[in-house]
Design a protein around this ligand. Structure first.
Ligand code: SF4
Length: 376
């Protein structure tokens, strides 16, 4: 009650949003009852900075993969090195991993063989992989998904993936540079299901250029036919460095009223279909000053998403553009550290970035071990 009062009084948050936040907290604690005791463990984010093409709204480290074989090879070499060194440190210091998340870019942009070697490295380098609560691989771009790659995921026991339609209008997909069709999204979704992927997330974006309530409702009714385990509803944000922001005049987006109406549709649709909100975040320059909300069917929440949002444990970022958050378990103080975004700098300096992270980890966990023994 005190928190609710403070949110209302000091942050001017409406009752409806406070209720949403409370629902999210309740959901998170159901999914991760020991959320507040996981400061002694870590989660790992692995950034693979390649995509088939670059989407117009994107500012992630994502480089068109075509014709980059040499650079991809050197990048993967650095990535394997980081996994080995970080894994060694975790093993030696008896620190367990709660979750692993392969993001980027699109981690399924690399070949099936490269994926196979990468997951093999994960099992070889990271401690106790069998007991990691969740491993997710973003397969966001349907045009990267093949039967062969799905078989590799299954081989390594990875069954949580993300396939992101963003929209179910071919014209929109073309306008934002995604180079895949609605039909391909649906086809790859079924292919993934048949290959044994049992926890699929799908992302939608409210407010894509040329889209209004009608198009968004179509996206929701298409989602109804698929019923993924989780659905993340983003609101378009104009990030400074994106193609879309640089050429804003070319992209016509809905007004605030319509954006709010679409968000309301998402809220009622998810409720009617048994999804619950379980994480939320906001970004700068987001349309309608709204938020991004992750929904899931009960029991299908992504633990990694909860860990990254709640900032209760250290997230070690490996690979290109991967951001690490070192969370001091005693004080909650957070130190950020980022790997370089472009593959060239990463390939030249990955050893330096690995050493820096190991230095942070040693300081943090040693300090914590000392204070733990003092308390005893
Ligand atoms: S698929 Fe994702 S990471 Fe790749 S360019 Fe598009 S938005 Fe960026």
């Amino acid at each position: 009650e005190e928190a609710h009062a403070e949110l209302k009084r000091d942050y001017l948050i409406h009752d409806e949003k406070i209720e949403l936040m409370q629902n999210i907290i309740d959901r998170q604690l159901k999914a991760v009852p020991d959320l507040y005791e996981l400061g002694q463990e870590v989660s790992i984010y692995i950034g693979i900075p390649f995509c088939p093409t670059k989407c117009a709204y994107c500012t992630f480290p994502a480089y068109a993969i075509r014709g980059q074989a040499g650079r991809v090879g050197s990048f993967l070499w650095g990535l394997h090195y980081e996994m080995q060194k970080i894994g060694e440190w975790l093993e030696e210091n008896d620190v367990s991993i709660t979750t692993v998340y392969f993001g980027g870019g699109t981690p399924t942009s690399i070949t099936a063989e490269e994926m196979d070697l990468l997951y093999e490295e994960m099992y070889r380098s990271f401690p106790d992989v069998k007991n990691i609560r969740e491993v997710t691989v973003e397969a966001g771009r349907p045009d990267t998904i093949t039967e062969e790659k799905l078989a590799v995921l299954k081989k390594w026991n990875i069954d949580r993936i993300s396939i992101n339609p963003q929209s179910y209008e071919n014209e929109t997909l073309k306008a934002i540079g995604r180079h895949h069709t609605v039909e391909e999204t649906i086809e790859k979704y079924h292919l993934s299901r048949n290959a044994g992927m049992s926890n699929i997330n799908m992302d939608l974006i409210i407010g894509l250029p040329g889209e209004g309530v009608k198009e968004f409702r179509n996206s929701l009714s298409e989602t109804e036919k698929l019923m993924p385990e989780s659905l993340t509803v983003h609101t378009l944000s104009f990030k400074r460095a994106s193609e879309m922001t640089k050429n804003k005049h070319k992209y016509k987006v809905a007004d605030r009223e319509e954006i709010v109406a679409m968000m309301d549709d998402a809220v009622s649709w998810t409720k009617q279909h048994g999804y619950h909100p379980y994480y939320l975040y906001r970004q700068k320059n987001i349309l309608g000053n709204l938020e991004n909300i992750g929904y899931s069917l009960p029991g299908q929440e992504s633990i990694y998403n909860i860990m990254i949002m709640e900032e209760k444990q250290t997230i070690i970022g490996i690979g290109c553009g991967a951001a690490s958050k070192f969370v001091d378990p005693r004080t909650g103080k957070i130190t950020h550290f980022s790997n370089p975004k472009d593959p060239k700098t990463y390939n030249d300096r990955f050893e330096h970035y690995t050493n820096e992270k190991i230095r942070y980890l040693s300081e943090l966990f040693q300090k914590h071990a000392k204070s733990g023994s003092q308390q005893e």
